[in-house]
Design a protein around this ligand. Structure first.
Ligand code: LLP
Length: 436
């Protein structure tokens, strides 16, 4: 996985660091990120566009993993950034991310969030619905401030992935419907505004997608509409944003393409269709999240208790679970893992990895082949870099793990482990004086 290797002590090594030592120094559970791999993925996307000679912006979808240090790495690599809330925007500002390269998404941005985006003069707002279109226009006219926007459309594509992470189909909470005239109405309204500068259209068809078909179909459908609108409204987009969603390999059952293959396929289609329809080639923007950070993240846990259900299975419990990785419980997501301290040993038994939450659904991995493991072994679960820390929570009042970046043989703490004090930071005791 990633750049993980096994060193002479039989320990798992990532970014030139011994994971057992890192676990001992910083404690478990712990998210470890291989920063070189993140940089490699980022450059890979940029290079693909360069090789194809296409003007592009690669925006990291920060919902996958947003911390100040992570956004600093993205800034260093020269990518743009997709944020979906005031909190993600605030993180970007704290990371001193270039504001003109920030794109703001979301299906229910509040007035405060829109004002915040305008205060910071971010690069563009991806308008999702009529409510937002009116609200943004009102706020901008009040402030006499112009803003770049993309209009998010739902192209009516059914990508093959988990229902909860499907987003491009017509019956979706996101975007303006392309087929029934909503998108056209939104575009006309935006074009009439003195404050909204329409850069182009946006679509995102889903996440953890293994095929190029959905991206190709989406691009085709949108470009065909654009050709029609060019005739009727005289609108030609500067930008076409085709979203993120490129799949990664969590287990050997997953069969994603190389990140560059998704890009190549969509660009080939865009070039083809624009040529056929006589449209100019737009700038292409994409928004990968998972494919930039997913396989760069590994979670280290300490093994604690175990339980044998005779003739059925052996449960091995770790010191984390659905609080640091909600994906198995939420999406039935699958992961692979090894013992970081005995990475050179062959599996001898099949165990199921349980978390420590008071909930039977708190299972991280079912039926994992492992050497015979027990208390104090270190379990390394691979590919937890996307939507792990970002969806972590404090169920059962369990503090969030720390996050460490490893690169070139160095490790650096980039998010501190939560303390019990942190958990109580916002709690207020009963107090008659503060009643309202
Ligand atoms: N752009 C938009 C508008 C999105 O909604 C998303 C993801 C992305 C880009 C990035 O998609 P990616 O490249 O990471 O697939 N929590 C789920 C994933 C939810 C994805 C939501 N939107 C999971 O853990 O699988």
């Amino acid at each position: 996985y990633g750049t993980a290797t096994i060193n002479e002590n039989g320990h798992l090594e990532i970014g030139g660091k011994d994971m057992v030592e890192v676990a001992e120094q910083i404690g478990t559970p712990l998210y470890v990120y291989d920063v070189a791999l993140i940089r490699q993925r980022a450059q890979g996307f940029k290079k693909t566009f360069e090789q194809l000679g296409v003007k592009a912006q690669v925006a990291y979808a920060s919902k996958a993993f947003s911390t100040v240090a992570m956004l600093q790495v993205i800034k260093e690599e020269g990518l743009s950034l997709d944020v979906v809330s005031g909190g993600e925007l605030y993180t970007a500002i704290k990371a001193e991310f270039p504001v003109e390269k920030i794109h703001f998404h979301g299906n229910n941005k509040s007035e405060t969030e829109l004002e915040m985006a305008l205060d910071y003069q971010i690069g563009c707002i991806v308008v999702d619905n009529f409510h937002e279109l009116h609200l943004l226009n009102d706020i901008c006219s009040r402030r006499e401030q112009k803003v770049n926007i993309l209009i998010r459309v739902t192209p009516g594509i059914e990508a093959h992935t988990h229902d909860y992470i499907l987003t491009g189909q017509e019956d979706s909470k996101f975007g303006f419907d392309l087929a029934n005239g909503q998108a056209e109405a939104a575009l006309k309204m935006a074009l009439e505004s003195n404050y909204l500068n329409v850069l182009g259209l946006h679509c995102h068809i889903g996440s953890q997608i293994f095929e190029t078909t959905g991206f190709i179909l989406a691009a085709k459908k949108i470009l065909e509409k654009l050709a029609a609108w060019n005739e009727t409204i005289g609108f030609l987009p500067q930008v076409l944003n085709l979203g993120g969603g490129f799949g990664i390999r969590y287990t050997e059952d997953d069969t994603p393409l190389e990140p560059s293959e998704y890009v190549q396929a969509m660009i080939a289609e865009v070039k083809n269709v624009t040529t056929t329809l006589g449209l100019p080639m737009p700038e292409i923007w994409i928004e990968p999240g998972r494919s930039l950070v997913g396989d760069a993240g590994t979670t280290l846990y300490s093994v604690g208790s175990s339980k044998e259900v005779p003739n059925v299975r052996k449960y091995l419990a770790v010191d984390g679970g659905m609080t640091d990785n909600l994906r198995p419980a939420l999406y039935d997501a699958k992961y692979e893992a090894v013992l970081a301290n005995r990475a050179d040993e062959k599996p001898q038994e099949t165990v199921s990895i349980a978390g420590k939450c008071c909930e039977s659904g708190d299972m991280l991995i079912w039926d994992l082949p492992l050497p015979e493991a027990g208390s104090n072994d270190i379990l390394a679960v691979f590919c937890t870099g996307a939507y792990g820390y970002s969806m972590s929570n404090n169920y059962n009042r369990i503090p969030r793990p720390a996050v460490v970046f490893v690169e070139n043989g160095h490790a650096q703490l980039v998010v501190k482990r939560e303390t019990y004090e942190d958990l109580l930071r916002l709690d207020l005791p009963l107090n008659e004086k503060t009643r309202i």
